[in-house]
Design a protein around this ligand. Structure first.
Ligand code: ADP
Ligand code: ADP
Length: 235
């Protein structure tokens, strides 16, 4: 179980996030739905400490994470993040990009030399299978289409073997057909691996199609938390 307790974030006098409390079960696919400026990015960035929350805590399987260096390392290992811009290393192969997801467990020397243990290569290849990208393992990342790059970004996050996956508008730059393919792979692969997902979206149609549970965010507050069937058009 992943628990977000009383999370808040202020930028000066502006409260971007107000007392957000959520519990997410392993394998649950939760869509955070809200208009631009609602605080969706801030929520995800406070969870993995890309931003420092003003109040609140994250508890993963009963262990609270605070701001010590050790807690941050553990948090980053347990929580993977996917961005709108997948940030792949363009000149590296697809497989090596996925292996980047394994680097936290490697010694700095090995990771500098890009020498990966066979066990890590096996994990990376399995993650590429989960997003149906095995056939492109040896292609350079910049030879792929936008949708394929995002699928590799998902594989890289899966390779980290996280308990929790955060996806910040993962399909915002993709066309509708490609968006649905990418969201399907994200949902299916996280289900297979029993990873809890918080996926930010601003499109209500994708949210209703893919979300098992919808968290509606408006002006930094949770205004809805429940089944897609109960969502009205004004979330
Ligand atoms: P969303 O992801 O839903 O579009 P954000 O989390 O990006 O929303 O932003 C929520 C609010 O916080 C917005 O009003 C935004 O302008 C503000 N905000 C976000 N990041 C910063 C920052 N670094 N400094 C000041 N204000 C910020
Ligand atoms: P998105 O909503 O797509 O996540 P934003 O445009 O809200 O992106 O934010 C992009 C970046 O700009 C983020 O790093 C955010 O922290 C920062 N940002 C957003 N709003 C403000 C603001 N009012 N002042 C300073 N930085 C901001």
């Amino acid at each position: 179980m992943i628990e977000i307790r009383g999370l808040a974030k202020s930028y000066g006098a502006h409260q971007a996030l107000k007392d957000v409390t959520l519990s997410i079960r392993p394998g649950e696919f939760v869509v955070v739905l809200g208009p631009s400026g609602a605080g969706k990015s801030t929520l995800l960035r406070c969870i993995n400490r890309l931003a420092q929350p003003t109040a609140g805590e994250i508890v993963v399987e009963g262990t609270p994470f605070r701001s010590s260096a050790r807690d941050l390392r553990l948090l980053r290992r347990n929580v993977a993040m996917i961005f709108q811009q997948h940030n792949l290393v363009k000149r590296l192969s697809v497989l090596k990009n996925v292996l980047v997801g394994r680097m936290a467990d490697l010694s700095p020397v090995l990771s500098c030399l890009q020498l990966f243990p066979e066990a890590d290569v096996k994990i990376a290849r399995h993650c590429l299978e989960q997003v149906a990208m095995s056939h492109k393992a040896d292609s350079r990342a910049d030879a792929l289409s936008g949708g394929e790059q995002q699928r590799v970004g998902i594989a890289r996050a899966l390779a980290q073997q996280p308990k929790f996956m955060l996806a910040d508008e993962p399909v915002a730059s993709l066309d509708p057909k490609t968006s649905r393919i990418v969201l399907s792979y994200l949902k299916q692969s996280c289900k297979e691996s029993n990873i809890a997902v918080l996926c930010n979206l601003h499109q209500i149609d994708y949210a209703l199609e893919f979300g098992e549970r919808i968290v509606g965010l408006s002006a930094g507050e949770v205004v809805y938390d429940g089944a897609p069937a109960g969502v009205s058009g004004d979330v």
